[in-house]
Ligand binder design. Structure first.
Ligand code: SF4
Ligand code: SF4
Length: 138
């Protein structure tokens, strides 16, 4: 009997894979249901996609393995993040990486703003903050 599974993942892929039919392959070769939640090209010309994947557990594993093999970095979504305004220097590193504009700069006062409603907890900003102002909520 088919054992179904679901996963929300963040894919980061290098410039040379930007024009590859990644989603098409997941659907056609691995029989997965793909729901594309966000897609963004970062200033470093990398692609970032947030996807919901659903299908047979084995196919899901194989599909993710295939993505890794062709050079795509895969991360699972975290629960939630917390921004510590006191530690923030408003350097805007997180603004450039955030795929949903949850972090933005208020240009009038040149200070960071965080719109929690836009955050999808992809965790990408955790890796870029040089001051530990963004933390995972456990
Ligand atoms: S976790 Fe960070 S990078 Fe991801 S959506 Fe939320 S604020 Fe943006
Ligand atoms: S990367 Fe960190 S210090 Fe810089 S603006 Fe974002 S939260 Fe603030």
């Amino acid at each position: 009997m088919e054992n179904r599974d679901k996963k929300r993942v963040v894919l980061t892929f290098p410039q040379q894979l930007l024009d590859k039919p990644i989603i098409y392959q997941l659907i056609k070769d691995f029989d997965l249901i793909v729901n594309l939640l966000k897609v963004k090209i970062t200033p470093k010309e990398e692609g970032v996609m947030v996807l919901d994947l659903e299908g047979d557990q084995l196919n899901l594993e194989k599909g993710l393995k295939h993505l890794k093999k062709i050079g795509i970095q895969i991360e699972s979504l975290i629960e939630d993040i917390k921004w510590d305004e006191d530690k923030c220097t408003h350097c805007t590193e997180c603004v450039t990486i955030c795929p949903t504009q949850a972090f933005g700069l208020d240009r009038k006062i040149m200070k960071l703003e965080f719109d929690k409603n836009k955050c999808i907890a992809c965790g990408l900003c955790l890796n870029v903050c040089p001051y530990g102002a963004i933390q995972i909520v456990l």
